[in-house]
Every structure is written in C-alpha cells, then in structure tokens.
Design a protein around this ligand. Structure first.
Ligand code: GRG
Length: 298
C-alpha cells in the first residue's frame, strides 16, 4: 500500500478529534432529569483526552468505502461511549483497581464507586440511543445496534474481560491469550470498522477486507499495549505501567519476549495494510492509523 507524501495523520487526527469531541459534548448535555453529579462524572471520563482511536477507525472506514464523515459521526460517538464505559468499569476496585486513566484520576476516585458504575451504565445505554436516533435509514441503524451490541456483549468485550479476570494469575498459552484479546480488545476495534462500512454502504468485499485489516490491527494493538506496560513511560501513557509484570500476568512480551513481540506486531500491521490494497488512496488514513497503533508511546 503506497502512502502519499502529502497525507498527514496528525492533521487528520486533529480534525477528526475536534469533530468527534464536539459531537460527544453535544450528546452529553442531558438537559432533563440527569443528576448533576452523574452528568459531570460521565463528561469527566468521556471528554478526557483519550486517543479516539475507535472513532477514527469508524470515520476512516466510512471514508474508505466512499461515504461522508458526517454520516459516520453518530457511530464514531457510540463506539467511544461503549469504550469509555468499559474503561470506567475496568478501573473499579472489583476489576483492575486503577487510580489513573488518560492522565487523570479515575472516575471512581473522583466521583465514588457507585457513581462510576452508573456513569458507565449511562454511557453504554446512550451509545445505543445515539445509533437508534441518529443513523438513517432505520434499517442501517438497527444493523449498527446489532454490530455494536455483539462486540460489547457476553461473547466479546464482556466475555473477554471475564476470562481475563479469571485467568489473571494462571499460566496459559499464546492461543488462550490471543482468544482473550480478540474478544476484549479486538472486537471493539473490528466493530468500529464494520460500523464505518455499514453507514457508508460498503460492499461485501470492502467489509471482508476491513475485517482482515481489523483482525490484524486488534492483535497488534494489544501487543503494543503490553509492550507499553513493559517499556512505556507512565507520564506519556497516562496510566500506571509495570502492572502486568507485578501481577504475574501473562502478556505477549512475557511469553514471546520484547523483540519478538515487536516483530510480530509490525508483521501484523504489514498484513493489515496489505488487505486494504483494493481501496487505493481512500485507505490512506487506515494505513497511517495502523502504523501509529504499533509505534505509539501512549
Ligand atoms: C469492563 C466489560 C469491561 C471491559 C473492560 C477496556 C477493557 C475491558 C480493559 C482495559 C484494560 C486494557 C489495558 C485493555 C486492553 C487495551 C485497551 C482497551 C486499552 C485502552 O484503549 P486505548 O489505549 O485508550 O485506546 P484511550 O484512553 O486512548 O481511549
């Protein structure tokens, strides 16, 4: 896949972030009935400086399929809402018990555990309201709801998290590790691409290519995340590092070593980008995002 010298991921990401953040801001005004403490907690976590990788995947998949960014914005917001709910709940004492997220104290540290649980609940629900109300036609909205529900549900995000928690201290093999991350991390990344293709009316061939890209990207993302836990700088990463090692958790670097993990991540990204060859220049943002995923420092 050839990248044009004129494409700038920084500029693309900046513009996408601005549009997504404005839409997230609008979607969380809650004029009626939402207690102020809950509203603040939701906005504190959702509008915090995350990378917005999943929304960018929605927008760039839609663009790759020839659709306008505007029509993809509700889906971009919905995936970020589900992602943010999962982070809030993952940080709770009953799960990963973290104090720092996106460079700030975690939601439950600031607003208390009960409010953090409710903020996550509200974000998960809001994601589906946004899809149902804002995606047109209604049949596409229904498909989007099904795709996101599957990725967020018991056989994907929630199931992967459950297995991860259950096996945290148990030794396992690479297949087990990969199967956990395919559900816990990969499914939401893949659903972002599928949503982008759906709202843009992408063809079956385009969806199939994006599925190959998303599968490779998801695994590479998780390997990079594990590497950041070993080698990253907490200030840049915005959360505690070294945690996996402290807890004796099985990770890609603990099984494969750092160098081999990095090599495999880069190979996965090459394969991901090859799958996009039929899109031509329209896939430039997806190609650039894939490289960013493994080279990032946070
Ligand atoms: C609570 C159902 C439930 C699931 C939690 C998100 C998650 C599952 C766990 C978080 C722990 C973790 C390190 C997961 C794997 C990678 C991941 C999802 C990292 C966070 O995503 P980023 O790096 O975060 O895109 P930002 O903050 O940039 O959006």
């Amino acid at each position: 896949m050839v990248q044009s010298a004129s494409f700038s991921l920084d500029r693309y990401a900046q513009e996408a972030r601005t549009r997504v953040d404005q839409a997230l801001d609008r979607a969380t005004q809650f004029d009626d009935g939402c207690p102020e403490h809950l509203r603040e907690s939701i906005r504190y976590s959702l509008l915090a400086p995350g990378k917005r990788l999943r929304p960018m995947l929605v927008l760039s998949a839609a663009e790759a399929c020839g659709g306008p960014i505007e029509a993809a914005l509700p889906a971009a917001c919905a995936v970020e809402m589900v992602h943010c709910y999962s982070l809030i709940h993952d940080d709770l004492p009953a799960m990963d018990d973290d104090d720092l997220r996106r460079g700030r104290p975690t939601c439950h540290k600031v607003y208390g555990e009960a409010t953090a649980i409710l903020a996550g609940d509200a974000l998960l629900t809001l994601a589906f309201e946004v899809l149902a109300r804002q995606i047109r036609p209604g049949a596409v909205a229904a498909q989007c709801c099904a795709v996101l529900a599957e990725a967020a549900g018991a056989s994907a995000l929630v199931g992967g998290q459950a297995d991860d928690l259950a096996g945290e201290f148990a030794a396992g093999d690479l297949d087990t590790l990969t199967a956990i991350h395919r559900r816990k991390t990969g499914a939401m990344l893949l659903s972002s691409l599928r949503l982008g293709a759906l709202v843009a009316g992408g063809s079956e061939e385009q969806c199939a290519a994006l599925t190959v890209y998303g599968g490779r990207l998801g695994l590479a993302f998780q390997i990079a995340d594990d590497l950041l836990d070993v080698q990253g700088d907490a200030a840049a990463v915005g959360k505690r590092v070294g945690k996996d090692h402290e807890r004796g958790k099985m990770t890609f670097p603990s099984v494969l070593g750092v160098d081999e993990s990095r090599r495999q991540a880069r190979q996965l990204i090459d394969e991901a980008c090859e799958a996009l060859s039929s899109f031509g220049p329209l896939a430039e943002p997806l190609v650039a995002l894939a490289h960013y995923v493994v080279e990032r420092d946070h």
